[in-house]
Design a protein around this ligand. Structure first.
Ligand code: S3P
Length: 171
């Protein structure tokens, strides 16, 4: 095994679960958005505002191409699985878990968030449409689909830790 990638829509719990998983597996945790912010010295909304979304998407791919070669857990941004190159990079360098959550749970978590430019510029129904459009890409990218509905963070984390422990030697 090399990297563990957590993918899924905004607000699906990638960062919260990634941090817990890091604790229980003792693998270091990285949040892709935070790493890109550090590299560029700007926040995500600033990057979108100043350079546009296409530029940000390029930075995501650069991150996947170049990030250190170490066993670790990475919470990806919600748009990462949309590009074929990104899907291939993730699948060939680690284990990919798709965290699935119903849109109504997602909406509850993201609707008031100011740090997500896509949420800022979209209506609820646009976000729901994007959620539907992205689903097949998440499924293509993932080795595992993980249902989070009606499960605690702890239960989801335990499930992931179990799968990682089981597959450690295979990848
Ligand atoms: C995005 C999700 C965000 C961040 C950016 C774009 C997306 O990450 O990368 O705002 O396109 O879904 P989170 O999924 O961590 O919110």
């Amino acid at each position: 095994m090399k990297k563990v990638y957590l993918i899924g829509y905004m607000g699906s719990g990638k960062s919260a679960i990634g941090k817990r998983l890091s604790f229980s597996t003792r693998l270091p945790f990285y949040d892709m958005d935070t790493e890109i912010e550090k590299r560029l010295g700007m926040t995500i909304p600033e990057i979108f505002e100043k350079y546009g979304e296409a530029y940000f998407r390029e930075k995501e791919t650069e991150f996947l191409r170049s990030f250190r070669n170490e066993n670790c857990i990475i919470a990806t941004g919600g748009g990462v699985a949309m590009k074929r190159e990104n899907r291939e990079l993730m699948r060939s360098t680690g284990l990919v878990f798709y965290l699935n959550a119903p849109f109504r749970d997602i909406w509850r978590r993201i609707s008031t968030d100011r740090n997500r430019p896509i949420v800022q510029r979209s209506t609820r129904s646009e976000l729901e449409q994007l959620y539907d459009e992205r689903l097949p890409h998440y499924l293509k990218a993932a080795h595992f689909k993980v249902e989070t509905e009606n499960r605690t963070l702890r239960q989801v984390t335990e499930y992931l830790a179990f799968q990682i422990g089981r597959l450690k030697g295979d990848i």
